[in-house]
Design a protein around this ligand. Sequence first.
Ligand code: FES
Length: 122
Amino acid sequence: MRPDTPTFIAVAKAKDVRPGQIKSVRARGGHELSLANVGGRFYAFSAYCPHNGWPLKWGALEEATIVCGLHLWRFDLETGEALDPPGAACLETYPVRVEDGVIYVGVSTEAKLEAPSSPSRP
Ligand code: FES
């Protein structure tokens, strides 16, 4: 396997992430990530905002964009790009597959999913 080939790991049942919902789940090793269902399409991304570490499960979805609940930064869920403010730190995103009602998230064998942490104060 090439080092950049992701390994897909099961993280949740698709029925447990309803349309419009953001859900925090624990993956292999106890690491936490967020899942979002946007009109039946699933996205996986870091559990915490790259700005100040706010839990993104407390954010809001605007189509395929997540708005952090603390300072309202916006990130594209496809690319992780910061949309507002532009050029800010990107959100870590992960490829997603759904098979037989199970959500699988692709992680690099080199990558470590973000460990749970407490948000810092704004
Ligand atoms: S912590 Fe998310 S925008 Fe500041």
